[in-house]
Ligand binder design. Structure first.
Ligand SMILES: [Zn+2]
Length: 276
Protein backbone atom coordinates (compact mmCIF):
# COMPACT_ATOMS: atom_id res chain seq x y z
CA UNK A 1 0.00 0.00 0.00
CA UNK A 2 0.94 3.69 0.01
CA UNK A 3 1.76 5.62 3.18
CA UNK A 4 2.07 9.42 3.21
CA UNK A 5 5.57 10.62 4.13
CA UNK A 6 5.46 13.37 6.77
CA UNK A 7 7.47 16.58 6.40
CA UNK A 8 9.71 15.44 9.24
CA UNK A 9 10.59 12.05 7.81
CA UNK A 10 11.08 13.54 4.35
CA UNK A 11 14.47 14.92 5.49
CA UNK A 12 15.81 11.45 6.14
CA UNK A 13 13.94 9.57 3.42
CA UNK A 14 16.41 7.96 1.03
CA UNK A 15 15.76 5.40 -1.64
CA UNK A 16 14.49 5.13 -5.18
CA UNK A 17 11.89 7.47 -6.61
CA UNK A 18 9.01 6.58 -8.86
CA UNK A 19 7.81 9.94 -10.17
CA UNK A 20 4.85 9.71 -12.53
CA UNK A 21 4.11 12.42 -15.06
CA UNK A 22 1.05 11.61 -17.17
CA UNK A 23 1.62 7.92 -18.00
CA UNK A 24 5.41 8.19 -17.95
CA UNK A 25 8.23 7.98 -15.42
CA UNK A 26 10.60 10.87 -14.65
CA UNK A 27 14.26 9.89 -15.08
CA UNK A 28 17.55 11.80 -15.23
CA UNK A 29 18.41 12.79 -18.75
CA UNK A 30 20.25 10.09 -20.67
CA UNK A 31 19.88 7.69 -17.75
CA UNK A 32 17.22 5.09 -18.10
CA UNK A 33 17.14 4.45 -14.39
CA UNK A 34 14.97 5.58 -11.52
CA UNK A 35 16.35 8.56 -9.58
CA UNK A 36 18.00 7.56 -6.29
CA UNK A 37 18.74 9.49 -3.12
CA UNK A 38 16.88 11.91 -0.85
CA UNK A 39 14.06 14.34 -1.57
CA UNK A 40 16.44 17.31 -1.80
CA UNK A 41 18.55 15.56 -4.44
CA UNK A 42 15.63 15.67 -6.85
CA UNK A 43 15.09 19.34 -7.58
CA UNK A 44 12.05 18.85 -9.79
CA UNK A 45 10.10 17.72 -6.70
CA UNK A 46 10.36 20.97 -4.72
CA UNK A 47 6.69 21.80 -5.12
CA UNK A 48 5.62 18.29 -4.14
CA UNK A 49 6.86 18.01 -0.55
CA UNK A 50 3.30 17.39 0.68
CA UNK A 51 2.61 14.74 -1.96
CA UNK A 52 5.26 12.13 -1.25
CA UNK A 53 4.16 8.57 -0.48
CA UNK A 54 6.17 5.54 0.44
CA UNK A 55 5.33 2.26 -1.28
CA UNK A 56 4.98 -0.49 1.31
CA UNK A 57 4.52 -4.19 0.79
CA UNK A 58 1.07 -5.73 1.11
CA UNK A 59 1.56 -6.19 4.88
CA UNK A 60 2.41 -2.50 5.28
CA UNK A 61 6.17 -2.98 5.83
CA UNK A 62 8.91 -1.07 4.02
CA UNK A 63 10.33 -2.68 0.88
CA UNK A 64 13.94 -4.01 0.89
CA UNK A 65 14.80 -0.88 -1.10
CA UNK A 66 12.83 2.13 0.18
CA UNK A 67 10.63 3.35 -2.65
CA UNK A 68 8.94 6.74 -2.81
CA UNK A 69 6.16 7.80 -5.10
CA UNK A 70 5.13 11.21 -6.37
CA UNK A 71 2.36 11.72 -8.90
CA UNK A 72 2.79 14.91 -10.91
CA UNK A 73 -0.41 14.16 -12.79
CA UNK A 74 -0.51 16.19 -16.00
CA UNK A 75 2.53 18.31 -14.99
CA UNK A 76 6.01 17.73 -16.38
CA UNK A 77 9.25 18.03 -14.41
CA UNK A 78 10.98 21.39 -14.63
CA UNK A 79 14.69 21.59 -15.37
CA UNK A 80 16.82 20.47 -18.26
CA UNK A 81 18.29 17.39 -16.67
CA UNK A 82 15.00 15.50 -16.38
CA UNK A 83 13.16 13.63 -19.04
CA UNK A 84 10.20 11.30 -19.35
CA UNK A 85 10.56 7.59 -20.03
CA UNK A 86 7.81 5.24 -21.14
CA UNK A 87 6.61 3.12 -18.24
CA UNK A 88 6.20 0.14 -20.52
CA UNK A 89 9.73 0.53 -21.86
CA UNK A 90 11.21 0.91 -18.37
CA UNK A 91 9.34 -2.13 -17.11
CA UNK A 92 10.41 -4.30 -20.03
CA UNK A 93 14.04 -3.65 -19.18
CA UNK A 94 13.65 -4.07 -15.44
CA UNK A 95 14.39 -7.23 -13.48
CA UNK A 96 11.34 -9.09 -12.13
CA UNK A 97 11.30 -7.44 -8.71
CA UNK A 98 11.59 -3.91 -10.12
CA UNK A 99 8.86 -4.77 -12.61
CA UNK A 100 6.57 -5.86 -9.77
CA UNK A 101 7.33 -2.76 -7.66
CA UNK A 102 6.88 -0.21 -10.44
CA UNK A 103 3.86 -2.04 -11.79
CA UNK A 104 2.13 -1.97 -8.42
CA UNK A 105 3.01 1.70 -7.89
CA UNK A 106 1.51 2.61 -11.25
CA UNK A 107 -1.72 0.75 -10.46
CA UNK A 108 -2.09 2.72 -7.21
CA UNK A 109 -1.37 6.04 -8.92
CA UNK A 110 -3.84 5.18 -11.67
CA UNK A 111 -6.42 4.22 -9.03
CA UNK A 112 -6.15 7.55 -7.16
CA UNK A 113 -6.26 9.54 -10.37
CA UNK A 114 -9.45 7.86 -11.50
CA UNK A 115 -11.24 7.79 -8.12
CA UNK A 116 -11.09 11.40 -6.98
CA UNK A 117 -14.87 11.54 -6.96
CA UNK A 118 -17.43 9.13 -5.56
CA UNK A 119 -18.95 6.90 -8.22
CA UNK A 120 -22.23 6.86 -6.30
CA UNK A 121 -22.94 10.46 -5.27
CA UNK A 122 -20.22 12.48 -7.02
CA UNK A 123 -18.71 14.04 -3.88
CA UNK A 124 -14.93 14.17 -3.42
CA UNK A 125 -13.35 11.02 -1.99
CA UNK A 126 -10.66 10.76 0.68
CA UNK A 127 -7.89 8.23 0.95
CA UNK A 128 -8.39 5.59 3.62
CA UNK A 129 -5.17 5.38 5.59
CA UNK A 130 -5.29 1.78 6.84
CA UNK A 131 -6.06 0.02 3.57
CA UNK A 132 -5.72 0.67 -0.14
CA UNK A 133 -9.02 2.41 -0.77
CA UNK A 134 -10.81 5.74 -1.10
CA UNK A 135 -14.00 6.58 0.73
CA UNK A 136 -16.76 9.11 0.21
CA UNK A 137 -17.47 11.07 3.41
CA UNK A 138 -20.99 11.91 2.31
CA UNK A 139 -22.44 8.49 1.36
CA UNK A 140 -19.66 6.22 2.75
CA UNK A 141 -19.21 4.44 -0.59
CA UNK A 142 -15.74 2.88 -0.64
CA UNK A 143 -13.72 1.99 -3.72
CA UNK A 144 -10.71 -0.29 -4.10
CA UNK A 145 -8.12 -0.51 -6.87
CA UNK A 146 -9.59 -2.37 -9.80
CA UNK A 147 -8.12 -5.71 -10.88
CA UNK A 148 -9.29 -6.97 -14.26
CA UNK A 149 -8.85 -10.71 -14.79
CA UNK A 150 -7.70 -11.66 -18.24
CA UNK A 151 -7.09 -15.20 -19.47
CA UNK A 152 -4.03 -16.00 -21.57
CA UNK A 153 -3.74 -19.36 -23.28
CA UNK A 154 -1.13 -21.39 -25.14
CA UNK A 155 -2.89 -23.82 -27.51
CA UNK A 156 -1.07 -26.89 -28.82
CA UNK A 157 -2.05 -30.03 -30.71
CA UNK A 158 0.61 -32.25 -29.17
CA UNK A 159 3.15 -31.32 -31.85
CA UNK A 160 2.70 -27.68 -32.75
CA UNK A 161 1.72 -24.38 -31.09
CA UNK A 162 -1.08 -22.14 -32.27
CA UNK A 163 0.22 -18.57 -32.11
CA UNK A 164 -1.40 -15.39 -33.32
CA UNK A 165 -0.20 -11.98 -34.38
CA UNK A 166 -2.52 -9.34 -32.99
CA UNK A 167 -3.34 -6.30 -35.07
CA UNK A 168 -1.32 -4.18 -32.61
CA UNK A 169 1.74 -6.40 -33.09
CA UNK A 170 1.72 -6.22 -36.87
CA UNK A 171 4.67 -3.84 -37.05
CA UNK A 172 6.75 -5.84 -34.59
CA UNK A 173 5.82 -9.02 -36.47
CA UNK A 174 5.44 -10.72 -33.10
CA UNK A 175 3.34 -13.84 -32.55
CA UNK A 176 1.94 -14.63 -29.14
CA UNK A 177 -0.56 -16.62 -27.13
CA UNK A 178 -4.25 -15.73 -27.20
CA UNK A 179 -5.66 -13.53 -24.46
CA UNK A 180 -8.79 -11.69 -23.49
CA UNK A 181 -10.71 -10.15 -20.60
CA UNK A 182 -13.06 -12.21 -18.47
CA UNK A 183 -16.63 -10.92 -18.76
CA UNK A 184 -18.89 -10.29 -15.76
CA UNK A 185 -20.49 -13.53 -14.62
CA UNK A 186 -18.07 -15.72 -16.56
CA UNK A 187 -15.70 -18.35 -15.12
CA UNK A 188 -12.04 -18.36 -16.15
CA UNK A 189 -12.60 -21.62 -18.04
CA UNK A 190 -15.60 -20.25 -19.91
CA UNK A 191 -13.53 -17.21 -20.85
CA UNK A 192 -10.79 -19.47 -22.25
CA UNK A 193 -13.21 -21.36 -24.51
CA UNK A 194 -15.04 -18.21 -25.63
CA UNK A 195 -11.93 -16.11 -26.33
CA UNK A 196 -10.15 -18.81 -28.31
CA UNK A 197 -13.22 -19.49 -30.38
CA UNK A 198 -13.78 -15.76 -31.00
CA UNK A 199 -10.18 -15.01 -31.88
CA UNK A 200 -9.22 -18.01 -34.00
CA UNK A 201 -12.37 -20.14 -34.41
CA UNK A 202 -11.05 -23.35 -32.84
CA UNK A 203 -12.23 -25.33 -29.84
CA UNK A 204 -9.93 -26.60 -27.07
CA UNK A 205 -9.94 -29.18 -24.30
CA UNK A 206 -7.75 -30.39 -21.38
CA UNK A 207 -7.27 -26.96 -19.81
CA UNK A 208 -4.30 -26.87 -17.49
CA UNK A 209 -3.70 -23.97 -15.09
CA UNK A 210 -0.23 -22.52 -15.61
CA UNK A 211 0.17 -19.49 -13.32
CA UNK A 212 -0.69 -15.82 -13.12
CA UNK A 213 0.95 -12.42 -13.47
CA UNK A 214 -0.21 -8.91 -12.63
CA UNK A 215 0.05 -6.77 -15.74
CA UNK A 216 -0.12 -3.06 -14.94
CA UNK A 217 -1.44 -1.69 -18.25
CA UNK A 218 -3.44 -0.50 -16.50
CA UNK A 219 -4.70 -3.14 -14.04
CA UNK A 220 -4.94 -6.62 -15.52
CA UNK A 221 -4.31 -9.92 -13.80
CA UNK A 222 -3.21 -12.39 -16.45
CA UNK A 223 -4.31 -15.96 -15.67
CA UNK A 224 -2.40 -18.44 -17.79
CA UNK A 225 -3.57 -21.79 -19.19
CA UNK A 226 -2.22 -24.42 -21.52
CA UNK A 227 -4.96 -26.02 -23.63
CA UNK A 228 -5.09 -28.80 -26.18
CA UNK A 229 -6.64 -28.26 -29.59
CA UNK A 230 -9.93 -30.11 -30.02
CA UNK A 231 -11.17 -29.13 -33.47
CA UNK A 232 -11.99 -26.48 -36.04
CA UNK A 233 -10.10 -24.55 -38.71
CA UNK A 234 -8.21 -21.38 -37.86
CA UNK A 235 -10.27 -18.29 -38.72
CA UNK A 236 -8.58 -15.10 -37.41
CA UNK A 237 -11.01 -12.59 -35.91
CA UNK A 238 -11.31 -9.55 -38.10
CA UNK A 239 -9.99 -6.34 -36.55
CA UNK A 240 -8.25 -8.22 -33.70
CA UNK A 241 -6.04 -10.96 -35.12
CA UNK A 242 -3.91 -10.21 -38.11
CA UNK A 243 -2.67 -13.75 -38.62
CA UNK A 244 -2.75 -17.06 -36.73
CA UNK A 245 -0.84 -20.23 -37.58
CA UNK A 246 0.45 -23.53 -36.28
CA UNK A 247 4.18 -23.41 -35.54
CA UNK A 248 6.63 -26.25 -34.98
CA UNK A 249 8.66 -25.78 -31.77
CA UNK A 250 11.94 -25.65 -33.71
CA UNK A 251 10.66 -22.98 -36.11
CA UNK A 252 8.97 -20.44 -33.88
CA UNK A 253 8.44 -16.85 -35.06
CA UNK A 254 9.41 -13.82 -32.96
CA UNK A 255 7.64 -14.22 -29.60
CA UNK A 256 7.36 -12.10 -26.40
CA UNK A 257 10.23 -12.13 -23.86
CA UNK A 258 9.96 -14.54 -20.92
CA UNK A 259 9.50 -11.59 -18.55
CA UNK A 260 5.87 -11.74 -19.62
CA UNK A 261 3.61 -14.67 -18.86
CA UNK A 262 3.04 -15.00 -22.64
CA UNK A 263 6.73 -15.75 -23.14
CA UNK A 264 6.74 -18.14 -20.18
CA UNK A 265 3.68 -19.98 -21.50
CA UNK A 266 5.25 -20.44 -24.91
CA UNK A 267 8.49 -21.76 -23.38
CA UNK A 268 6.58 -24.19 -21.13
CA UNK A 269 4.41 -25.46 -23.97
CA UNK A 270 7.44 -26.08 -26.19
CA UNK A 271 8.96 -28.08 -23.35
CA UNK A 272 5.74 -30.00 -22.88
CA UNK A 273 5.54 -30.89 -26.57
CA UNK A 274 9.18 -31.86 -26.84
CA UNK A 275 9.18 -33.76 -23.57
CA UNK A 276 6.57 -36.24 -24.60
ZN1 LIG B 1 -20.61 9.29 -2.26
Amino acid sequence: MLKPVSQQSLDTARGQWLIFSRDKLVVRQNQRQLPQGGFDDIDCLRAYHADVYELKDLQGDSLPQSTFIVDMGAEEPEGEHWELASLRHMLMQAPDTAFAVAGRAWQYVHFFRTHRYCGQCGDRTQRVDWEMAVQCQRCQHRSYPRVSPCIIVAVHDGERLLLARGVRHRELNMYSTLAGFVESGESLEQAVHREIFEEVGVSVTDLEYFGSQPWPFPHSLMVGYIARYAGGDIVPEEGEIDDAQWFWPDALPKTPPTLSIAGQLIAATVKKIQGK
